[in-house]
Design a protein. Sequence first.
Length: 137
Amino acid sequence: MDDAQMIDLLKQTKTIAVVGLSPKPERASHRVAAYLKEQGYVIIPVRPGSDEVLGEKAYPSLEAIPSDIVVDMVDVFRKSEDTPDVVRSAAAIKAKSVWLQKEIAHPESARIASEAGMAYVEDHCLMVEHRRLADQL
């Protein structure tokens, strides 16, 4: 995905489900989600066993998010080998895009996203890219 496409994606995104969002402030998932929330995005934590993260109600899975909530993007903090199932779930809830964080990539995930018509980014930190492109958003 080139910068122009990434800018369009970030402009169109309002609600981000963060899969693997840790309640621990020292974790990358927590820092990235906190930054995104500060930037005005609606964050939906997806973490089994957590009731709330960053002051937002947490859900055990993407499918557990109420169907009346539109998920624009699914931001993934999981091992690469776990991502095909996450992308399938993102497609099932009709998310518009999937973003796999830095050092997370999987060819099957890319294929699933493409077949579902979802925008797809892998091996890029959403916070780093947002900061880099912020003056164009």
